[in-house]
Design a binder for this molecule. Sequence first.
Ligand code: ADP
Length: 905
Amino acid sequence: MPPEPASTPLAAPRRIALAYAAFAGAWILLSDRALDLLFADGRLLGTLQTYKGGAFVALTSLLLYLALARDATRRHAAEAGLADSEERYRRLLDGVQEYAIYLLDQQGRVASWNRGAERVKGYCAEEILGRDFACFFPAEALAAGVPAARLAQAARDGQCADEDWRLRRDGGRFWASTVITALRDGRGAPAGYSVITRDITEQRLAARRLAEQEERFRVTFEQAAVGIAHVAPDGRWLRVNERLCAIVGYSREELLARRFQDLTHPDDLAADVAMLQRLLGGEATTYVREKRYLHRDGSVVWIELTVALCRGADGTPKFFVTVLQDISARKRIEAQAQAQLTMLEALYSGAAQLTGNLEVQALADGTARFCVERLGARLAWIGRAEPDGSLRLLTSAPAEFDYPRRIEVRWDDSSLGAGPTGIAIRSGRAQVVDDLGTAAAGRFSPWHALAQAAGLRTSAALPLIHRGEPFGALNLYAGEAGFFTPMRIELFQALANQLAGALAGATLYARLREQAGALERRVAERTAELAAANAALTQQAEQLADLYDRAPCGYHSLDAAGRYLRVNQTELDWLGYPREALLGQSFRALLGEASQRLFDESFACLKRTGRFSDLDLELRRADGTLLPVALSATAVIDAEGRFVATRSTVFDVTERKRAEALVRRLNAELAERAEVTEAANRELEAFTYTVSHDLRAPLRAMQGLSQALLEDYGPVLDATGREYAQRVLAAAERMDRLIQDLLVYSRLGWRELACTDLELAAVLAEARAQVLADPARRGAVVELVEPLPAVHANASLLRQVFVNLLENACKFVAPGARAAVRVWAERRDGRLRVWVEDAGIGIAPEHHERIFRVFERLHGIEQYPGTGIGLAIVRKAVERMGGSVGLASAPGAGSRFWVELPAPG
Ligand code: ADP
């Protein structure tokens, strides 16, 4: 039920009636009670009751009158006001042009119509009043029973509001906002409806447009390919789009909890803040700059930032609108392009340098330095692949890095060739080691550890390829990881290719130069050789010519007819003819008669047998005298076996002839002398015999008799007599010895000697035995040192020689000392030298020659007995056997006698 209106027409009477009832009730209750309390007199009470009744009527009538009068006044005023307000209300309604405001009766017919309705719907009041308001609905709404439904909803809910299409009088549609309110009369019964309709077609369109715009903006904001954000003046992110989140790697929530300062690269912040201050200060309305943000993962993101300040209506800064474009890729490309450009420039200048150089070493040095100084490599080295699989280090830079010199790299299939360099050369493809630290786990850890220790992080081995054949590698190292980008590798490889070409050219150039040099040297050598050969040839020719011309014999060649073809100067000089006089002349014509016959026979024989020799001829000189010559010749035969010429030698035999005559004369004299000598020898032998027998006979008698005298008459003789007898005996013995020695010595002069090959050892052993058999030599030691080879000598003479030498060696020792003798032999220039060494008293050098002479002694006979002939025999005997003797000795230092004899033939 709708609430009853606060002021209904019955309200006032009801209030009056209620006030009356209340007053009357109170009067009845209180007045009687009050009278009863005040007055006890019943009569008085009755009277008073009557008066009281009259007062009550009068009072209530008065009150009633007053109330009614007041109510009437009020109503009148109200009615007057109502009329007034209705008029004003009507005027108000009519003044409302924008709204159609009208009433419907209970059945939905139009009951009132204002100006606005007329304007909105197109009907004037006369046309529409009384018509069903359904005429405002389009056909489809009618078909759906919308008008009735709306009224029913209003009746039920008191009000129904909708927005829907409505029709104008001209059938045109407009979008209407309608509120239908159910009306009730004073008693609350339904009294129709009020309808307020507004044409909001425009607003709707505007709202639509706005919504579309907003959507478009939202979509644009959200789905923009660039990052967009609203940023508060203090830097807080107010609104961010997806793209921005993606660029910086933060979620929307994370971002909204941060300020742009938190993400800005520290180096860019000051400039950023300064720009924002300028915007806030109104110095600029927008700015664009490139800056860096820090991505959530810590990496740097390059951004192109456009900022504009959005101000409120009052001009206070509201927020910044920022547009952020990720230009990291562009920056990277720019950086790469810049790097590429730098490298290309460097390469260009490097290439010019390379191509201008023809020295292999200088080229390699220059390139390695170039890579380090201009292209950013920390270390560069170049190795050349040798045919034996090793890698020769051509160069490395900078010089202080000894790493390349410390490693051993090969390019063959060995384990030392399994590194990047070896692979690069074998495969012809660049090899990059991104991180030497990781690769160090592999088989090349010693090298990589070395490299790392030298501060190198990454390496690239670039093959040097010429005509498709890798022949070395350019190795580069860098200190920072990722240095060898594909682009750098491409450029470095281009450099390596250039270097390879230049190196190949330089090598070729060097080889050519070397070959040219060798050729030049060879030519020079050849020229020198030829010159030397020429000179030698000339010299030889001169020598030959000289030999031919100046030979100590005559040379000539005769043709088949026996005419001079050639003749040497010696022969010309001998004969006294000039050359031209002889050439073409017959040789035979120069001969004496007897010689001519001999020559004819020999010349014929020469043509047959090819030679004759030592033909005794006489040649006639120019002065007519005869020259005795010995002519020999050989035949020069041509290819067909024909005799061509002679090669003849002519010896001047004048001297020979003279010598032959002399020899003949001497021979005759010799024969005569031989006979005399023979006779003398015979006499000498007879004398020797005489000496040995006849001279020794009285001696032996003296010996025998003095011996007998001592034995038989010794007791009767006094001491002096015995001493004389003994001295006679000793003198006789010495005399005998002397005679024997002299005999030996003299025989040596004329006796025939037969020498044979002898065993020296045997001869020495016999001599030693003979010497040591003498009791006077007791205690002497004679050592024969092997080997003692064979010798060519006369056996008995040789034994005599060694007996004499050994005797002396044993004899000439200091008194009381034991003799120690050593004998050994040595070969000398095809001869045999035998040494006899003693440790005796020695001989002063000035006596070395003397002692070999007969009777030369250095000591008295009492001190060292002897004849003074022993060494003379030694020398003579040795010389007769074709040898020689000598010694080395000094007083007190012992003596070393030597005998040199021919070795066996
Ligand atoms: P003899 O031995 O009979 O005196 P030799 O002709 O054999 O005669 O020697 C001549 C001298 O040479 C000797 O008297 C001696 O003075 C010296 N003489 C020879 N052999 C030796 C020797 N082995 N050591 C020292 N003196 C020597």
